[in-house]
Design a protein around this ligand. Structure first.
Ligand code: HEC
Length: 457
């Protein structure tokens, strides 16, 4: 009796993966595999999520109910990551970004580099005749995960009166990031196997990434009724039978800069509704850039006029709504970014296991907050901070620096902390899990963190 049960169970085990059609979902692009999966990416005939596989990593994993009825294009993850790149296709590198004119030229050079061939391709790398662009894999889990039309992830919502919005009005924001070939060599190395390798996570010279950010904001959402995004490029996303228009508001750029303490220059652009460029994409104007955190400089000192920022340059071309929405003590930040931080202070927290992106509520004094505004090199982990005392702590877990990439941090966290799996690779989740325990990524009895622990902007 007992033996029979074991035998039939094992027959079932070996037979079930080939039952095939039971696991096929609907709603994917033609020529791709369309799998029924759980929200964690496990292939499961009873799963209510759909994974589209056109390569080794999923293009998207979305609830079946959300995509039903959509007949338009579907996102494809650009994932033929190059093993090597000379890093010489980087025209901005000869520009001195430390002067106001240089800063504008630098940000515009990065913008135009990102635009070449991509405007015509509507930012679908597979349709671009120009240079190759790549996406971060495994950003497919949790509430803000990649949607299926453009691969946008949901970003920080903004609630009025912030950004000039009517008090209490909340806008949603969505973005998709791209990496050039030099940067994609790091993705190739970290994601050579289903399990990320965190041995060498550095982005080489010549690396850059950019992110285009869209918002649901409409003219009527602003307190003065003036539409900051009049005429802006518009994309559609689709949720549960509803098409939602989102308009371009912000564009972020990040470029490896070996001659700085952080190793990076982060810059941003905002849509200027008064610009007359015929290509609406080219109405994006520099807001500015920063290459360091201005270590030690506090808001009280800026307010008193006793100190000035030396490592942030705000552009004279910045549209007013963006120039009025900078980061802590005026450090570089974008229109939808959290004003308690800045580009570099938030991105400097990129590590595995994750660190708090912004000062926690227990960090009330300016001196405590300064812990986030250090010029940490990309190869050094940010560290851990005690939730209740706001004191730097050593948690005992080894921490791996992720060189200022928060998309990398999201992807790595999904796999190592939330134990989400890649359905496209056909990996056996149980085997993968055992391997990770064996490698020491986590202990058998480690808890999966609560949803609130996911890295969010
Ligand atoms: C409070 C935190 C925070 C601030 C401030 C912030 N970011 Fe990010 N950023 C994130 C997170 C989280 C992600 C990854 C999630 C995603 O893209 O969906 C990200 C992703 C990016 C990416 C994609 C590349 C990568 O690997 O992370 C770029 C480029 C970027 N941000 C640039 C900027 C720039 C430029 C600024 C300032 C104008 C900025 N960010 C401000 C949190 C922040």
């Amino acid at each position: 009796m007992k033996l029979k049960a074991i035998v039939s169970a094992s027959i079932l085990f070996f037979v079930s993966p080939s039952i095939g059609t039971a696991q096929e979902a609907t709603g994917c692009a033609s020529g791709t595999r369309c799998l029924k999966v759980t929200k964690d990416g496990k292939v499961d005939a009873a799963g209510t999520f759909v994974a589209q596989c056109s390569g080794r990593f999923p293009d998207f994993i979305a609830p079946q109910a959300r995509i039903n009825g959509w007949a338009g294009e579907r996102f494809r993850l650009s994932q033929n990551y190059p093993p090597a790149d000379a890093g010489t296709d980087a025209p901005w590198r000869t520009i001195d970004f430390r002067t106001p004119e240089g800063a504008d030229a630098y940000v515009l050079a990065l913008r135009d580099y990102a635009y070449e061939g991509m405007i015509e391709a509507d930012f679908r790398p597979e349709a671009s005749a120009g240079r190759r662009w790549y996406h971060m894999p495994m950003m497919n889990f949790g509430s803000g995960s990649r949607e299926f039309v453009h691969g946008l992830t949901e970003e920080r919502p903004v609630t009025g009166p912030e950004l000039g919005l009517k008090s209490g009005v909340r806008i949603r924001d969505f973005a998709v990031g791209f990496y050039n070939a030099a940067a994609a060599t790091t993705i190739a190395r970290v994601w050579a196997a289903d399990d990320p390798s965190l041995v060498n996570t550095a982005f080489p010279p010549g690396s850059m990434s950019f992110k285009v950010l869209f918002s649901t904001a409409q003219a009527a959402d602003f307190a003065d009724g003036i539409d900051r995004l009049a005429g802006a490029p518009t994309w559609q996303i689709y949720e549960n039978g509803q098409t939602i228009d989102v308009r371009l508001m912000q564009m972020d750029v990040a470029a490896a800069a070996p001659d700085t303490q952080t190793g990076w220059v982060f810059g941003t652009l905002a849509y200027d509704a008064s610009a007359a460029d015929t290509s609406t994409w080219r109405r994006m104007r520099p807001v500015g850039l920063s290459w360091g955190n201005d270590v030690g400089v506090k808001p009280s000192e800026i307010a008193a006029g006793t100190k000035k920022l030396q490592e942030t340059i705000v552009s004279s071309l910045a549209p007013a709504f963006a120039a009025q929405h900078l980061g802590w003590a005026g450090r570089m930040n974008g229109p939808v970014d959290n004003p308690v931080s800045g580009c570099l202070s938030c991105h400097g927290t990129s590590q595995s296991p994750r660190a708090p992106l912004i000062p926690m509520n227990s960090c009330t004094t300016e001196d405590q907050k300064l812990f986030w505004f250090r010029n940490v090199p990309g190869s050094v982990a940010f560290g851990q901070v005690d939730q209740s005392t706001c004191q730097p702590s050593s948690s005992g877990n080894p921490m791996a620096a992720l060189d200022y990439s928060l998309q990398m941090a999201v992807a790595v966290q999904n796999v190592l902390q939330f134990r989400e799996v890649n359905p496209c690779a056909g990996a056996d989740p149980m085997r993968t899990r055992l391997l990770r325990v064996w490698k020491g990524d986590f202990a058998v009895d480690d808890q999966i963190p609560p949803e609130s622990d996911r890295i969010q902007r």
